[in-house]
Structures are given as structure tokens and as C-alpha cells.
Write a protein that binds this ligand. Structure first.
Ligand SMILES: [Zn+2]
Length: 305
């Protein structure tokens, strides 16, 4: 074996030096509240980021416990990406204060609220939390409009470039590639969904409003009397009567929600229930943002047949 140590040593030494000079250059730690932002941060950050999501697609993100293990994960985050618009009001403030991480507090470059980048739907005219409405700041389930994904993507890219200037060029080129692929996918989806336009549906929670608006579908009733208020027998009976006057094609629910009310109404109104993944990881197919929309659209189209 003939190894030239004389040439090898400067290279090893240089590598050691650069490792010392840039300890954080390896990866940016991104902590997200929801799986959709984790998936988006990964698309945009690639191998420059290490991403962790506080919740999975099968959890109701309105109700999460700020467990010690979750707080520990927020402690060394460089960037926090959460929806905002009060979606995580029940647990994020505690998580942030307990984390002791100054970088990710509101107002810092390491704190990013996705909902601030988009126009929110269903902003109440009158603020009334007394009845348990969990959407007092408007509908926070913004990620199911693919145009919002593009907008939040731009905001994440800007933060990645700001927090990790050494890799700014990489983030810029990854963003260009992602946004191009996303626009092309949107064109493909929009060509597929024409049969869904105008179709009336019943939802469980108001968590699909952005998807339905984008698809031109009509959400005529919610199984919850108010966002976050569980269905009651009285309310479900009213739904049943309403569906006789104004028929719907299907009942939609998200994978994380309780299926009981949808099943009850489905049997009585003779309507199919379609379970949508809601976010990345909500079913086996929805393994990234592209598949999330592909799968949701395919399920809606299949229910029309
Ligand atoms: Zn909600």
C-alpha cells in the first residue's frame, strides 16, 4: 500500500479547522408544530436541516400536551415553524417558555408563524370564545390550499437563508426547484379536479375549508356545531333534516378525527364517508406534500363514482 501521508495531512488538518470554525454548519435544527411544515422545511432545507414535528397527522393539533420530551426537542431548535392563528394556543406558549430557548421566541428570526403569510378564511365578525369556538382568529388550517404551501415555502426559505447565511445559495436553488415542481403539480391537480366543482359535502371539523375552496366544492354543514365543539345528538338530527332538504354527495372527515359522528350520519343519510389524510402521514400514501394532495384528490374523485 502506498499512501502519501505528506499530501494527506494538510487535507485532514483543513477539515478539522473548518469543523472548528463552523460548528453549526452541519445542520439547522427545525422544530415544527405540524407535520405539513416539517415536510415543507425538509423539501426546502434538504440535508442542511434536521427536522422534527411536535405532532403527527393522527393527533388533533388543537389539543396537545406540552410534555417534557416535547420541551426537550424545542430546546435546541434553531427555527420553529408553527401555524399560528391560535391553532396551538393551548400548548405552544407553555412549550416555548419551558424550552428556555431564546432563539425561537416570538419576534426572533427563529420563530415563524405560517398563517402570517396567507389570507385566512372564516375570520369571525364577532369574537366569541364563550361557546368554545377554537378558531377565534380565523380558520388556521391553511395548508390544504396548495397556494398557501407555496407562500409559506417562501417565508421558510427566507428564514433558512437568514439563519444559515453560509448555505443561502443552496436554499435559494432548492426553493426555485421546489416552487417549480409545486406549480407544475398544481396545474396537474387543477386539470384533474373539474368533476369536484360545485359538489356539496358535509365536514366534521372546519379543517378542510381551504381545500374545498381551492377545489370549488361546497361545504354545506359541519358535524361540530361550532369549531372544536363535539357533535351532539340534537345537532346531528338537525343535519339529517337539513340533508333531506339540501342533499350532499359525501361526508368528509380527517384521519385524526373521531369517526363516530360521521358513521352515525353516514348510515342514516346514506352517504359515503371519505376519510382524508389531512396532512403528511395521515395515511400510508400521503408520505410527502405532493402525495398528500394526490391522495386527497383521488379519494374525493373516487367517492363521486
Ligand atoms: Zn380547527
Amino acid at each position: 500500500m502506498n499512501i502519501n501521508f505528506r499530501n494527506m495531512f494538510p487535507a485532514v488538518f483543513a477539515a478539522m479547522l473548518s469543523a472548528t470554525a463552523l460548528p453549526a454548519a452541519a445542520t439547522l435544527n427545525v422544530f415544527t408544530c405540524e407535520p405539513e411544515w416539517a415536510a415543507l422545511a425538509l423539501e426546502l432545507g434538504g440535508d442542511k436541516v434536521k427536522v422534527t414535528s411536535a405532532t403527527t397527522a393522527l393527533q388533533d393539533v388543537h389539543h396537545v400536551e406540552a410534555r417534557p420530551s416535547l420541551i426537550a426537542r424545542a430546546r435546541n431548535a434553531d427555527l420553529l415553524v408553527c401555524t399560528g392563528a391560535e391553532l396551538e394556543i393551548g400548548w405552544l406558549p407553555l412549550l416555548l417558555s419551558q424550552s428556555g430557548n431564546r432563539q425561537i421566541q416570538p419576534g426572533q428570526p427563529g420563530y415563524l408563524e405560517a398563517a402570517a403569510s396567507v389570507n385566512k378564511m372564516e375570520v369571525p365578525q364577532l369574537l366569541d370564545r364563550s361557546q368554545g369556538d377554537v378558531h377565534p382568529a380565523g380558520n388556521p388550517h391553511i395548508h390544504l390550499d396548495p397556494q398557501n404551501i407555496a407562500k409559506v415555502g417562501e417565508a421558510i426559505t427566507a428564514r433558512l437563508m437568514q439563519l444559515d447565511a453560509a448555505n443561502a445559495e443552496t436554499y435559494k436553488s432548492r426553493a426555485t426547484a421546489f416552487q417549480k415542481k409545486w406549480r407544475e403539480s398544481m396545474q396537474k391537480w387543477e386539470a384533474q379536479v373539474a368533476p369536484l366543482k360545485g359538489v356539496a359535502v358535509v365536514v366534521y371539523h372546519k379543517d378542510l375549508s381551504y381545500l374545498l375552496r381551492w377545489l370549488g366544492m361546497r361545504d354545506i354543514a359541519s358535524l361540530e356545531p361550532k369549531p372544536g365543539v363535539p357533535p351532539t345528538t340534537g345537532h346531528l338530527s338537525e343535519m339529517l333534516a337539513k340533508l333531506q332538504r339540501e342533499p350532499a354527495k359525501m361526508i368528509l372527515r380527517s384521519a385524526y378525527s373521531d369517526p363516530k359522528a360521521a358513521t352515525w350520519l353516514s348510515e342514516r343519510a346514506k352517504l359515503p364517508t371519505v376519510t382524508l389524510p389531512y396532512t403528511v402521514g395521515g395515511n400510508e400514501q400521503a408520505k410527502d406534500l405532493f402525495w398528500l394532495f394526490d391522495d386527497s384528490i383521488q379519494r374525493l374523485l373516487a367517492a363521486l363514482k
